[in-house]
Design a protein around this ligand. Structure first.
Ligand SMILES: *Cc1c(COP(=O)(O)O)cnc(C)c1O
Length: 213
């Protein structure tokens, strides 16, 4: 088993001067026994990709550790929204209006407003989810004015196997244009660059927990 606490603390050390950066420890595919040492270190922010997996894994542990914030990182289907609230405190993957409308309904029903990032397809990749950069402003306004969502920032997954830096710079520019202060970007292979370019939520999985099987 990886020394997850050591891995985690190394990353924390690297960004120690960045007080406004949160590490979302991405725990998808790993069992709670593998994650518990990091929880016991006092870390509070964890990310999952799939709703079903998260429900099974986190429902009871969240009751034992009420300070834990759970972050949904993966594609969210509208029919799963009812399971997402209030299990997840953050949703990083809002990328269409149908979903926005569904979350709007559900947050009233549950009387719980998640913090939400709009996912941006910053690399303009046809296979990838996310709002096109040119459409982000309109989409953002609708989410806030019409659906009363608590949009805290933008999120992106830059193209795989390319230098992330220009995409991070673009994300920072988009965020500033909208006056949004949080940005969710940076993964195991590029989180240091992401932090340099203004990320406030880095999503780190394999660098902490090891390779996924
Ligand atoms: C899996 C995943 C991560 C973490 O990836 P690593 O390369 O293991 O750090 C971050 N963000 C999203 C959206 C993911 O699906």
């Amino acid at each position: 088993m990886e020394n997850v606490v050591k891995n985690f603390n190394l990353i924390k050390q690297e960004i120690i001067d960045k007080k406004n950066v949160k590490i979302v420890a991405v725990t998808k595919t790993f069992p709670i026994s593998h994650i518990l040492p990091v929880i016991n270190e006092g870390h509070t922010d964890f990310g999952e990709n799939k709703v079903q997996e998260a429900m099974e894994k986190w429902t009871s542990i969240k009751q034992d550790f009420p300070k834990i914030n759970l972050h949904l990182l993966g594609k969210l289907q509208t029919n799963k929204v009812k399971f997402v609230l209030p299990l997840f405190d953050y949703i990083h993957s809002l990328d269409n209006l149908k979903l926005a409308s569904k979350i709007a309904e559900e947050q009233i029903k549950k009387n719980f407003k998640p913090k939400i990032f709009i996912q941006v397809n910053v690399g303009e990749e046809p296979q990838k989810g996310g709002i096109e950069a040119a459409d982000v402003e309109n989409f953002y306004k609708k989410c806030v004015d019409e659906y009363k969502l608590n949009i805290i920032g933008l999120m992106s997954i830059p193209p795989f196997n390319k230098d992330s830096k220009p995409y991070f710079i673009k994300m920072k520019e988009l965020s500033e244009n909208l006056g949004l202060k949080d940005i969710s970007m940076g993964m195991s292979n590029d989180y240091l660059e992401a932090v340099k370019q203004g990320s406030t939520f880095i999503r780190v999985g394999s660098k902490i927990f090891g390779a996924r099987g």
